[in-house]
Write a protein that binds this ligand. Structure first.
Ligand code: IFM
Length: 527
């Protein structure tokens, strides 16, 4: 994405005064004085969503026009067997109670553009919506097009066209957790992991081949509308709650416990998938949609959480933190960013040439830091190759959600270690007990990004998670992250701005944090 000039930013924002009236509590009239904290010219401001979480629940569209029931997540979240399973940790909320963005996208994008003064938007395509049937036999784009759902293609073209019409640069995630059921039998694998047949990320050869085809097809189909592509979202949140420790905090199909070999296979499948998706998008997206001279900029979205020992005086905890840090922050990113693959997780990696040079940017998602304790069954820790997967006790793993400095730590770590431009692709807090207040969280995190920028980290943009309340995976509609609240039981799916929306609008409009906001949320980002 090219940096925009100041004039373009000002011109685009003329007439977008919708939030001004709401800013009394945020520092007075926009433009009355410059921001106390400024972001670089051309810094992108956006929000992030994912298809499965926002598309379904349309107020007036026929169900079969709105709903995509073809994904593993749909099957996992709606099957009576998984809902009843204590190890699936499902809320029981149907994904069809979502905010209905498949129908309401135009008003959502208008909100992001006009009310929030955003200039970018992160969304995802649903693989199972585009390809409801297997693609195994198809080789060419034409053969794939014959299998693609015309309604899905038309729907995504309409969304992308609307984003661009609203002045929002699309960042498109190709795979945000969900897989088509024809490649992953979420229910069967949850109930009987040893003998299920469609094994998703564990069927390494098949999934890498098919997801690369899908990525190439999407890039050919939507390349004239999209330049910024993310291959996968948060691989860690796929293999960890999928194959090691599903929990109430997060489960992911197949949600099986301590399947370390499968977890390893899933990690290496996703590493291969990223590289092959990168190649496929690079080959297929030849159109420079935003005129910056680059047809495709391809990255990966990764969730980083600084990891600390629960008790720094206990050698077991210190070792557990070291291993978890290695597993969480190093194994995957080292492979996709540097091409260095540690294929037995022993800490030694070898360069694999077909992985090198396949990350144009890194998306950092930041929500919390983690405290870990040593694993209470020490025998497992000494099995060769398994120690990073098992040397901590998930039951005592603790999340600290009120630690904005962790974003700074994550950004500096990623920059120093991998040296790629960074977008903060997700960061947010739901306005519920146990989480920091949304507006304070936002400002504190932005202040720490500012410090990272001042220290030379190449951060190019920020995407708040999320624009609207949406389907929070196994937690269903009960963990609402939106800047706009959506009541799932309201048939109109009306969006209602939360106070943090005005705060974010103020920041985006100024391209900085006002003195008033800095003093309302007094923090010392230098601490
Ligand atoms: O809702 C999720 C999103 O899908 C991935 N990152 C974390 C968010 C909040 O839990």
């Amino acid at each position: 994405m090219a940096a925009r000039g100041a004039q373009a930013r000002i011109a685009r924002r003329v007439g977008r005064g919708v939030v001004a009236a709401a800013l009394a509590g945020c520092g007075g009239a926009v433009g009355a004085r410059g921001p106390a904290v400024r972001f670089p010219e051309g810094f992108l401001w956006g929000t992030a969503t994912a298809g499965f979480q926002v598309e379904m629940g349309c107020p007036t569209l026929e169900r079969d026009q709105c709903e995509d029931r073809g994904s593993d997540w749909y099957a996992f979240a709606t099957s009576p067997q998984t809902i009843a399973s204590p190890t699936a940790h499902l809320s029981g909320d149907p994904p069809t109670s979502g905010p209905g963005q498949w129908e309401l996208y135009a008003e959502d994008f208008a909100r992001a553009s006009r009310e929030l003064s955003n200039d970018a938007y992160r969304m995802s395509l649903e693989w199972s919506r585009i390809f409801p049937e297997p693609t195994d036999g198809a080789a060419t784009t034409d053969e794939l097009r014959a299998l693609a759902s015309p309604a899905a293609l038309a729907g995504y073209h309409a969304m992308l066209g609307e984003l661009r019409a609203q002045g929002l640069r699309p960042m498109v995630t190709l795979d945000h957790y969900t897989l088509p059921s024809w490649i992953h039998d979420a229910v069967g694998c949850h109930l009987d992991f040893a003998s299920c047949e469609r094994r998703g990320w564990v069927d390494r050869e098949r999934i890498v081949r098919e997801i690369a085809k899908y990525a190439g097809f999407a890039a050919a189909e939507f390349g004239a509308e999209v330049d910024v592509w993310a291959t996968l979202n948060e691989p860690l949140a796929v293999f960890y709650p999928g194959y090691l420790y599903p929990s109430e905090e997060r489960s992911n199909p197949p949600a099986v416990l301590l399947q370390t070999e499968a977890a390893k296979t899933a990690i290496f499948s996703m590493i291969d998938a990223h590289a092959r998706m990168y190649d496929a998008v690079r080959a297929a997206d030849l159109v420079d949609a935003d005129g910056d001279g680059e047809a495709a900029s391809i990255g990966l979205v990764y969730n980083l959480s600084p990891v600390y020992p629960k008790n720094a005086d206990r050698p077991g905890d210190v070792l557990a933190a070291k291993n978890v840090r290695y597993l969480y922050d190093e194994v995957f990113l080292r492979a996709v960013a540097l091409g260095e693959l540690d294929d037995d997780l022993d800490g030694d990696a070898e360069v694999r040439s077909d992985l090198v040079g396949r990350m144009d940017w890194l998306g950092v998602n930041f929500y919390n830091r983690i405290f870990v304790e040593q694993f209470l069954l020490p025998g497992l820790a000494i099995l060769p190759g398994l120690s990073p997967l098992t040397t901590f006790n998930p039951l005592t793993l603790e999340y600290d959600r009120d630690y904005a400095r962790g974003l700074y730590e994550s950004l500096t770590f990623a920059w120093q270690r991998f040296g790629r431009p960074i977008y903060v692709t997700e960061n947010g807090s739901p306005p519920i007990q146990g989480y920091p207040e949304q507006d304070r969280f936002l400002i504190e995190n932005l202040a720490w990004i500012q410090r990272a920028l001042a220290d030379g980290v190449d951060v190019r943009g920020y995407f708040y998670w999320s624009l609207i309340d949406n389907y929070e995976w196994n937690q269903g509609m009960g963990t609402p992250f939106g800047l706009y609240a959506v009541d799932p039981s309201d048939p109109t799916k009306r969006r209602v701005a939360r106070p943090a929306a005005a705060v974010y609008a103020d920041v985006a409009q100024r391209n900085g944090i006002s003195g008033a906001l800095m003093s309302r949320f007094p923090i010392d980002p230098r601490s």
